[in-house]
Ligand binder design. Sequence first.
Ligand code: ADP
Ligand code: MG
Length: 704
Amino acid sequence: MRNKKQFILRGLDCSSCAGKIEKEVTNLFNVNSSNINFATGVLTVIYKEKAINTIQEIKKIVRKHEPHVKVEEKGKAAIEGQNTAFNKLELIRLSMGTIMFAVAVIFKLNTFFELFFFVSSYILIGGEVVLKAFRNIAKVSFFDENFLMTIATLGAFAIREFPEAVAVMLFYQIGETFQRIAVNKSRKSIKSLLDIRPDYANLKIENGTKKVDPQDVSIGDIIIIKPGEKVPLDGVVIKGESMVDTSALTGESLHRSINNGDDILSGFVNKNGLLEIEVTKTFEQSTVSKILDLVENAGSKKADIESFITKFARYYTPLVVFSALLIAVIPPIVLQGASFSDWIYRALVFLVVSCPCALVISIPLGFFGGIGGASRAGILVKGGNYLDALNDVDTVVFDKTGTLTKGTFTVTGIESYGDYDKNDILRLAAISELHSSHPIGKSILEMFKGEINESIIEDYQDISGQGIVAKIEGKTVLTGNVKLLKSFDIDNMKINNDNINENTSVYVAIDGKLEGRILISDEVKRDSKSAIQKLRTLGVKRILMLTGDNRHIGNKIGRNLGLDEVYSELLPDEKVHKLENIEKNTRGKLVFVGDGINDAPVLARADVGVSMGSLGSDAAIEASDIVLMTDEPSKLPQAIKIARRTKIIVIQNIVFALGTKGVVLLLGAFGIASMWEAVFADVGVALLAVLNSMRAMRVDKIKV
Ligand code: ADP
Ligand code: MG
């Protein structure tokens, strides 16, 4: 990503400012778009052309809206905490203000001193808010919290409600402080969920090792991983053996044994042995960076509710402020005996309640909490919209190989039809499959244990959904299914197809003549059946399977797993057509679950594409919306449960916030609620909503 830069806005806690900052950054020269993830405090800037240095301009914009926020370019520091030091000066000011306020309330002072104490305490407590409000008036969108609180409290002064004016400001400030602490705390916990970023790598140098930043390690470098350390970069083990804990990537603390020659992924934790690794990917391309990137950017794809609330907030505030104006003016004129000061007071209550902060802050936090929590369970969700979509899934379509089945085939038999013996058949097939990433190819290679010289393969062609065509030692070799034979006009009438229901046949034709067949079989994954049952209990109406494999095998697996429909012998593009047909009969969302091999177009086409991460398969991670790191189908029902819980929490917040505000507005209009209730409906509600959002992250509380 040459045209992308990310910045950390340390201490960002005003959600309406975030929107304004986004807008102004987007207007900068050469900037295409910008997005702030409020939950992580990360600003992502996409440039029109190659990224340029804009940090000074960004700093200027941020300073204008949120003077206390510090801007840093991301990636400079290995660990990115969000520590906002508690401001001592602010604390002193607030306490002094509070003392003066107490004096004014408790002691009977004469009018002059009373006013003096109230005004001084007001300035100490709320001066900053008033200042910000005035600074904002110059700008177009000045309907922010500061402005509203300023008008409300100055209004209270005007109608000689001194204690109320100061108290409202005081509680507003206290509430804000708590809210800020809560937001920062929830950010920290979400971040700690994602704390898989390695801090250093032990680079091997001539005489020993050197601790370096993982970003400074290049492909081909050798690094050492000691017991207890995180694997910082993807690589291959060249010395040593050990057990590794994969839980940071998969959510399950299964220990896996790693030996010489094995691939190893960043994010694993080395348990006991000393490992020497040759680095195969740069830090940016390594699994950990990719996962973090994916989850951190998830905030930019907003769920419908989230976008709705943002829009709603835009109308809500002006509407309430306008009603306040009407309340202050009309009743005193129209109603007999109504006093201006009484109705102005009621209008001020409106102003205090008119900020939608509780929603604007808590909803993104809720979704992000859900996404963060899911990632701890080995479920990577690429955006709030996808998590939300899981709430109304009515059809789930599975791919077969590598998704419902293990995709690790074992060769169960080899047949030869004359000119070549079984060993030759296997050898030629294995050579053909040398470059294949298909599970079938890999298993044939595994069966053939001999050495293969890459250079003897010419004119290699991988025909997806059919097999391989290659020129080997001067012979044209076809390795694949009946479709492949047909498309090369090869006669296959002689084959005896009795009793092969259990097996997938890989035909081998040489120079236009069918010469043999390799029988292989796959196993259904341990949790496939239970996953399908769980999906049904969660209310999924149709569960289907698409496969490129033959009909016998497809139907047999379909029957075993209790699927509603099975479609077999499909090429990748036919899978897309089939999916489109299926979609016509679905009302809710359509989920496709695949392994990314031969089904990337389908993954991209479905409402929600779910891929088996195969621990790092790039194609799958890229093409899909949700990645199941453990390759277990049963993670899908779990993801749906997480989605539902997140939605419940978000709805709770909406109902609670709008409900409380509505009630206080109503009571305020009738003169029953005072400014005290109003302050609670503003900051108190926001605080509680943020705390409630935090629960979204606790996915371990969900029973699967
Ligand atoms: P699925 O939909 O079950 O995941 P695919 O679409 O990946 O299956 O493949 C469909 C069929 O194409 C396989 O069952 C196999 O017969 C054939 N095939 C695909 N790739 C290869 C290959 N590399 N070698 C041999 N056969 C292959
Ligand atoms: Mg497949």
